[in-house]
Write a protein that binds this ligand. Structure first.
Ligand code: PMP
Length: 372
């Protein structure tokens, strides 16, 4: 095509594109309106590098890209919306109290600011300084509890604060709150279904409260209790748990393996079978060791995908399952629960911290001379 004509046509297209964009402004009114509608990322190239050659595909649901960088943004908004709808909380009066150091605390904190609720989070004193700073910067109060008492100390403290404050405080209880699986039934599940045109065969999620794995599976496999038709009853749901804490495996009648104890996959393996999980929706449980989770996480960063340790665990499990001969040509979707920068005090980043500190001690490179 003649050059002048083609550049004229290009301008016409881009001008009209700009006009359309102007007419339909796409602006979130509130921070919580940014929650959800996360994109899918094709992780098949990574799987191929790991030697998977059976034409299976893997997409990551990038919950790491939420407004406060984790899948828990959905939960925070859903529990607060639900309590508002039920008239249980009043802006300017109610304080949300929750025992959580994790991403749920961050989600509750930012939505509490948006809506005008107080927010007090209780957590063991072992929680990193960054985590405390994040929550304090979001304007909530942080109450530390003795490390010897671990999570149960934080739970007891939250209850004590709630008892003192009476009707002015509420504990939303992520491990028991039905608004937890509900938000994944109503948002995460439909998003995955629509964005894959219903073509997914395998779904992978880590389990903390179990809200994500349960809600998404209920939406796709169907759930009469909530009038949901079976869109794909044959969907294989694979839950991922730490190998050092194989409670779900045991609950489903499997065998634990290796030494059981503390693990390093934050957000997963809470050490209880939560009220928010429905084990009947889970077809298989894959246990991944913290070391393997960190290794995969490191590899994902080097693919340009900076995510948290649990994403490493889930992708590790997904690659293992996708490469089985019976999964040739199948499509898997895995949850990528959180963004990686939140974990800089995690042992995974110790080598990088040492390297970063070491940089100062190296001599500066010679200035580049291009005069020759
Ligand atoms: N947060 C993080 C960081 C996680 O890795 C996971 C596991 N996918 C969860 C939360 C778990 O979500 P849920 O509580 O819905 O099971």
């Amino acid at each position: 095509m003649h050059l002048a004509l083609s550049s004229f046509l290009n301008r016409l297209v881009s001008n009209s594109g700009r006009q359309i964009a102007r007419r339909s402004l796409n602006v979130a009114a509130r921070p919580s309106d940014l929650v959800g509608k996360t994109p899918l990322l094709d992780l098949t190239p990574y799987m191929k590098k790991k030697g998977v050659t059976n034409n299976s595909k893997l997409y990551g649901k990038m919950e790491s890209l939420g407004p406060c960088s984790s899948v828990k943004d959905r939960l925070g908004r859903s529990m607060i919306d639900d309590a508002e709808e039920k008239g249980l909380i009043t802006p300017g009066k109610t304080t949300l109290v929750e025992p959580t150091s994790g991403n749920t605390g961050i989600a509750l904190a930012f939505i509490a600011r948006e809506r005008g609720y107080g927010c007090i989070l209780t957590m063991p004193e072992t929680m990193s300084i960054e985590r405390r700073m994040m929550l304090l910067s979001l304007g909530c109060e942080v109450v530390l509890t003795p490390k010897e008492k671990a999570v149960s100390g934080a739970i007891a403290k939250a209850q004590e604060i709630k008892d003192q404050m009476g009707d002015d405080a509420i504990i939303l209880q992520q491990f028991q709150n039905p608004a937890n699986p509900k938000v994944h039934r109503e948002t995460t599940g439909p998003e995955i279904w629509n964005d894959t045109d219903g073509e997914l065969d395998l779904f992978f999620s880590g389990v903390g409260t179990g809200g994500t794995v349960t809600g998404v599976s209920q939406y796709i496999k169907g759930c009469p209790e909530f009038d949901l038709p079976a869109l794909k009853p044959g969907l294989q749901t694979i839950a991922v748990e730490p190998e050092e804490q194989m409670l779900l495996t045991e609950a489903k009648g499997g065998e634990k393996r290796g030494e059981q104890g503390p693990h390093k996959i934050q957000g997963m393996g809470a050490g209880i079978i939560p009220g928010t999980i429905d084990l009947d929706y889970i077809d298989e449980i894959v246990a991944v060791h913290s070391d393997a989770a960190m290794e995969t996480c490191t590899e994902l960063w080097l693919e340009g995908i900076p995510v948290g340790i649990s994403s490493g665990a889930i992708v590790n499990a997904a690659v293992e399952v996708c490469k089985r001969p019976e999964n040739a040509g199948k499509l898997g979707v895995c949850i990528i629960p959180s963004f990686g920068e939140r974990y800089f005090t995690h042992p995974m980043f110790e080598p990088m911290k040492a390297k970063a500190e070491g940089l100062q001690k190296q001599p500066l490179p010679e200035p580049f001379d291009n005069t020759e």
